[in-house]
Write a protein that binds this ligand. Structure first.
Ligand code: MN
Length: 134
């Protein structure tokens, strides 16, 4: 059973590629999410701490700090440790998935993203994190 909260779900996208950022933003806003945007890992961590989004979509390949290090940082901070992080990489290799899990990501998606499936995937991740929290 789906339980919609009183406010729209808030989703943080951390992605250095503007095109990907706009694409995912459009897809999630179309189904009613509030979408927060960060173009790099440091900005993403700041926004996560301040806004406490319901979930994060984290690009792994970013300059300076990568998405895995950002995910480890979020998990090390009690304020953000409970926020589920979905990793997105350009690679479909098994060891990439392993690295994402070790960093604390709940799920690993590969580019190009299946945008039609994305809202459902995100909803499942948020629902699962709620179950763990109670
Ligand atoms: Mn990237």
């Amino acid at each position: 059973m789906k339980q919609r909260p009183s406010r729209p779900w808030r989703f943080l996208l951390v992605e250095d590629d503007d095109l990907n950022l706009e694409l995912v933003q459009a897809v999630l806003e179309a189904v009613g999410y509030e979408v927060l945007l960060a173009h790099d890992a440091r900005a993403g961590i700041e926004i996560a701490r301040r806004e406490r989004p319901d979930a994060v979509l984290m690009d792994v390949q970013m300059p300076q700090m990568d998405g895995l290090e950002a995910t480890r940082t979020l998990h090390a901070d009690p304020a953000t440790a409970g926020i589920p992080v979905i990793a997105v990489t350009a690679h479909a290799k098994k060891e990439d998935e392993q690295r994402c899990r070790e960093a604390g990501c709940v799920l690993h998606l590969t580019k190009p993203l299946d945008t039609r499936a994305l809202p459902e995937v995100v909803e499942r991740v948020i629902a699962a994190s709620r179950e763990h929290a109670t």
